[in-house]
Design a protein around this ligand. Sequence first.
Ligand SMILES: [Zn+2]
Length: 85
Amino acid sequence: MDLCETRNQLLNEWKEATALYDRLVASVVAQIGVMKKEDLDHLMETVGVAANFAERMRKNFELHLETHNCANQGRNRSRRRKVSI
Ligand SMILES: [Zn+2]
């Protein structure tokens, strides 16, 4: 197999950033009505930072695919699976 390692790494970073964001959102939801308003606001700010970070990771990943042209490397994408109901 000839997978692009940078691509894998960027994908992992994006996934981790997204997972972090998800965890933060979950903790905000859990703290609503529990935390003081100002603490919650502070937490929301952190969520915003994490969202930006995840977005940046996504862009990094997409930019790499564009410039390196390795999007279809490795496995052939079978995205067109038909779903029968
Ligand atoms: Zn690549």
